[in-house]
Design a binder for this molecule. Structure first.
Ligand SMILES: [Zn+2]
Ligand SMILES: [Zn+2]
Length: 319
């Protein structure tokens, strides 16, 4: 391959499709770091006194987040939390031990917990209970797993004096989520996704996504270069993933064939368009109601939270 288009010294190892440049490892890493910093500064995502909990899924994105955050924030104020789902045949002990040793090298304290340990049911247990009680699957494993993770990260951060939760969502994830909510016409959700959006409850810890302008192929490449071992077995529940997201992903691929920087432009434009709405909403003095069952915050107008509703559906509905 040719020499790097940026430094002109080292051999290029990746073609950055949105800039048309061929980059060497050093220049790619520096470019990604600068783009993370740009978002962090633009939206005041990280302030010097912040204590940040990093949600580690065991995938490449959270690994890249873990790798880059210590370059922009002291590692003594960063904490990692790995969450085991409890899915048979999806054993990630190897990935977790790799992540754990990476944390150690980076000087980041890191803890492993499980959905079962915190919430009583593992993903497998929740699914089999559901089939037993309802004779069908009403709540997908991915929905349960997603809500459970968010709950665990929030409660852990809050009870350990951390004021931010960072997750590894990349540009592709963010664009898909924006599009899904635009198609659904869910303005409230769009506002909440915006990085300037504040939380309306003292019980909710602000979530940040420093990788939101980094392409998925870039996080995959960086993780690979850093020796991150990809999961050989896929999550057995993956087929149940919401199909709208899959269709949108396909559509974006088509669009990016014509314009390789379409996702970045889309994210920036939606960010900009939403900003006045977000600022208006931030001034509202709403305080989110608390769930009557678990006491955690829930959406306005709701009496029980999404998590209790899911559990309730499975435990109480009998056909
Ligand atoms: Zn270079
Ligand atoms: Zn609840």
């Amino acid at each position: 391959m040719a020499l790097c288009s940026k430094c002109g010294k080292r051999e290029a190892i990746v073609y950055q499709k949105h800039t048309g440049m061929k980059l060497c490892k050093n220049c790619l890493f520096e470019d990604v770091k600068q783009r993370i910093l740009e978002q962090v500064k633009k939206y005041d995502m990280i302030l010097p006194e912040d204590r940040i909990l990093i949600g580690i899924s065991g995938g490449k994105d959270s690994y890249v987040l873990l790798r880059f955050l210590p370059e922009i924030h002291p590692s003594s104020k960063l904490f990692g939390l790995m969450i085991e789902e409890g899915i048979k045949g999806y054993n990630r002990a190897e990935t977790f031990s790799f992540v754990k040793s990476s944390c150690h090298e980076l000087g980041i304290d890191c803890v492993i917990t499980s959905i079962k340990e915190v919430l009583k049911y593992s993903v497998d247990e929740f699914m089999s209970l559901q089939i037993k009680r309802c004779n069908s699957i009403k709540i997908s494993a991915c929905t349960f797993c997603g809500i459970a993770r968010r709950r665990i990260l929030n409660v852990y951060a809050r009870s350990h004096g951390m004021n931010k939760v960072a997750t590894g969502h990349n540009l592709d994830d963010e664009v898909q989520t924006y599009l899904i909510n635009i198609l659904r016409g869910d303005i409230m959700r769009l506002i909440q996704l915006h990085p300037l959006s504040i939380v309306h409850s003292p019980l909710l810890v602000k979530r940040i996504k420093p990788l939101r302008t980094i392409y998925e192929y870039e996080t995959a490449f960086i993780a690979y270069m850093e020796g991150f071992r990809f999961q050989e077995t896929e999550c057995p529940y993956i087929v149940e993933r919401p199909t709208l997201r899959t269709k949108i992903r396909e559509l974006i691929k088509e669009i990016e064939r014509i314009d390789p920087s379409a996702q970045l432009k889309f994210l920036n434009e939606v960010d900009k368009a939403l900003e006045p709405l977000v600022k208006m909403r931030n001034m509202d003095s709403v305080n989110l109601p608390r769930c009557s069952q678990c006491g955690e915050p829930t959406a306005p107008g709701r009496n029980i939270c999404k998590f209790c509703e899911l559990i309730d559906n499975v435990l109480n509905i009998q056909y």
